[in-house]
Design a binder for this molecule. Structure first.
Ligand code: PMP
Ligand code: GLN
Length: 380
């Protein structure tokens, strides 16, 4: 086979979850909750299926769901979004990201990524015959040097990808970051792909700075969201993309032939659930409590914690525990020898910096976090 993606292996999330399962480790690697989602959401799903909503949904998404998303965005940001021409429901954020990338990148184009970057971005760009151009952000705060980003722009650059809050860095953008991004995008006429799947998971009084609230960015961005994150249901694989009509039209040209439409009964259930703002408000407080449950166990095991400003992940420096190991080897060792699975951070860099950091997911039940802490205590 003449491989299209010769350098791409299996995603780290499959690798670590498989390893965790094989060795009976507590899985704090791949990001997903281990507690049930709201029973009302499950009832709404069953009700929609029993009501006969079991055939194809409209290509761009169920009108009721798109209307509920538009109403949410108006309440959340005061931003008016046209449900018909600016919102497309996708099979998860992963598909929305791939679709947005495929709809605007041609062979030979360049797209700028800020590393550590979520692992689907670079392969999605490479699959178009385009080139990912990586700008590295450094621990512990992963601040963006926007001058460095602008230096990475060439006449072939078409797109900048951002992830705010950032997985795995857990950093969040300030309003000044958005201004700096907008200035670069305008000066070089670039499009922006904003992965905002963790929009509601933001801590310590910080506020989410969405591209949808920034007029200059709103005009040139795809913004991508995931119900998997917001409703604790990663297995539902439904998300959406918000973009101005001309960008949404290009997005739908790909979307219609990649998936055509997304699971119909689930879209009905999500529309009903989203109508109640309580379904997405209060998530920060909920996850801040989870974060606080995991932190002491990690610290007493000898990890040095980095600030977790957003997402449901905690970064931890293990240099005091096994300075001899690279992070991939450390994550494997911790899974096999101590029964706790994590994600090495170097895999999210094109050129990994010399740092010893792994990522733990705290979207877990109290008993899971306590059990992990007990296992980790044997390290200290
Ligand atoms: N972007 C980021 C930053 C993520 O962490 C994830 C994983 N949840 C996704 C996109 C993919 O989301 P989905 O499960 O909806 O495809
Ligand atoms: N986004 C999840 C994480 O960062 C994983 C999703 C996936 O496995 N594709 O852990």
């Amino acid at each position: 086979i003449h491989s299209k993606l010769p350098a791409i292996g299996t995603t780290i999330f499959s690798v670590m979850s498989t390893l965790a399962a094989e060795h009976g480790a507590i899985n704090l690697s791949q990001g997903f909750p281990d507690y049930p989602c709201d029973p009302a959401l499950l009832d709404a799903l069953a009700a929609a299926a029993h009501a006969g909503h079991n055939q194809y949904a409209p290509m761009a998404g169920l009108p009721a769901l798109r209307a509920a998303i538009a109403a949410k965005l108006l309440l959340q940001h005061g931003t008016a979004v046209d449900a018909d021409s600016e919102i497309t429901v996708a099979a998860g954020a992963t598909q929305a990201l791939f679709t947005a990338i495929a709809s605007v990148l041609q062979a030979g184009d360049e797209a700028i990524l800020l590393d550590p970057s979520y692992d689907s971005y670079a392969p999605s760009i490479l699959a178009q015959g385009a080139k990912p151009v990586h700008v590295a952000l450094m621990a512990p705060d992963f601040k963006v040097d926007w001058e460095q980003v602008e230096h990475a722009v060439t006449p072939r650059t078409r797109l900048i990808l951002i992830n705010n809050p950032n997985n795995p860095a857990t950093s969040v953008f300030s309003a000044a970051d958005l201004d700096a991004l907008a200035a670069i995008a305008e000066r070089h006429d670039l499009l922006v792909l904003a992965d905002e799947v963790y929009e509601h998971l933001i801590y310590d009084g910080a506020t989410h700075q969405s591209v949808l609230t920034h007029p200059a960015l709103r005009a040139r961005s795809f913004a991508v969201y995931s119900f998997g994150k917001t409703f604790h249901a990663t297995g539902w694989k439904i998300g959406y993309c918000v973009a101005p009509p001309a960008l949404s039209a290009e997005f739908r040209k790909i979307h219609q032939f990649l998936v055509f439409a997304v699971n119909t009964p689930a879209q009905h259930a999500l529309a009903a659930h989203l109508a109640d703002p309580a379904s997405w408000q209060g998530l920060s407080a909920f996850f801040a409590e989870r974060r606080a449950l995991l932190a002491p166990g990690l610290e007493s095991a000898g990890f040095k914690l980095l600030p977790s400003q957003g997402t449901y992940f905690q970064l931890a420096d293990y240099s005091a525990i096994r300075p001899d190991l690279e992070d991939v080897a450390f994550a494997r060792w911790l899974t096999l020898e101590h029964g706790v699975a994590s994600i090495p951070v170097s895999v999210f860099y094109q050129q990994p910096p010399a740092q010893k950091i792994v990522r733990f997911c705290f979207a877990k039940q109290t008993q899971t976090l306590q059990a992990a802490s007990e296992r980790l205590a044997r390290l200290g």
